[in-house]
Design a protein around this ligand. Structure first.
Ligand code: FPP
Length: 232
């Protein structure tokens, strides 16, 4: 089980709204339960030695949701950053945020920066929250940096370009997990997951357990990754 652990796992935590609606609850209750779930998955990922766990917590497209839901999600995120980060720190877990962070409320941006600073140099797993994130937007922002830096065409290759993405310093994504039965990437880590293995499950995110997470990792370990080449 602990052989061939993916270095970087991305998770599209989908199905919170449906989970709540099925129970006649407001959507925000699904998000609350979903946030609880992330804790179990973070701990499991740290236990088995995954390096980076990127969680798609709020996409650029999510800004179009009703104001009340956006507000509840921001509120949940603030509470999460205030109360959970301390626990993560005690467990040696690091934290980073990626996305078009300048669009987030100022108090959330401050909490994100503080959380990153507090956990910098943590020895364990790094939890990466993708917030106000879109893969195409990330690539466009990287291209803007190329122009701002005045780089010449011959200066640009994949190695220089990856250092301009939000995920600089992180390995490529080995595995993307998406819950709730949808089978698409929805603008998540488009560059980083180019050769990522995909794992889809019908389970709604608030019902996604540590056991199913470990099952997804085992499923990944059985895949034959050729990266476009042929096996010797
Ligand atoms: C997708 O479910 C989920 C989101 C848009 C937000 C994900 C947020 C959380 C798991 C909670 C917050 C996390 C942290 C770390 C504070 P959906 O609303 O699209 O569900 P649906 O497709 O069933 O409507």
């Amino acid at each position: 089980m602990f052989e061939c652990i993916p270095r970087h796992v991305g998770v599209i935590m989908d199905g919170n709204g449906r989970w709540a609606q099925l129970r006649g609850l407001p959507r925000v209750e699904g998000h609350k339960r979903g946030a609880e779930r992330t804790k179990d998955i973070i701990r499991a990922a740290n236990e088995i030695g995954i390096g980076y766990l990127t969680l798609y917590a709020f996409s650029l497209e999510n800004w179009q949701r009703p104001e009340e839901e956006v507000f509840s999600l921001m509120d949940l995120l603030k509470k999460y950053l205030i109360y959970e980060i301390k626990e993560l720190l005690e467990e040696g877990i690091g934290f980073r945020a990626i996305g078009d962070l300048e669009r987030l409320p100022a108090d959330v941006q401050v909490l994100l920066r503080k959380s990153e600073e507090m956990t910098a140099g943590s020895p364990g797993l790094v939890v990466v929250l993708a917030l106000s994130y879109g893969g195409r937007n990330e690539i466009i922002r990287a291209v803007r940096k190329v122009v701002e830096l005045g780089l010449r065409p011959e200066d640009i290759d994949e190695d220089t370009f990856v250092n301009l993405l939000d995920t600089r310093g992180m390995p490529p994504v080995d595995l993307v997990i998406r819950t709730s039965g949808e089978k698409r990437l929805s603008n998540f880590l488009l560059w980083q997951a180019a050769y990522g293995e995909l794992y889809f499950t019908d389970t709604l995110w608030p019902d996604f357990t540590k056991e199913e997470f470990l099952f997804a990792i085992q499923d990944f370990q059985r895949r034959e990754r050729r990266f476009g080449a042929v096996m010797p």
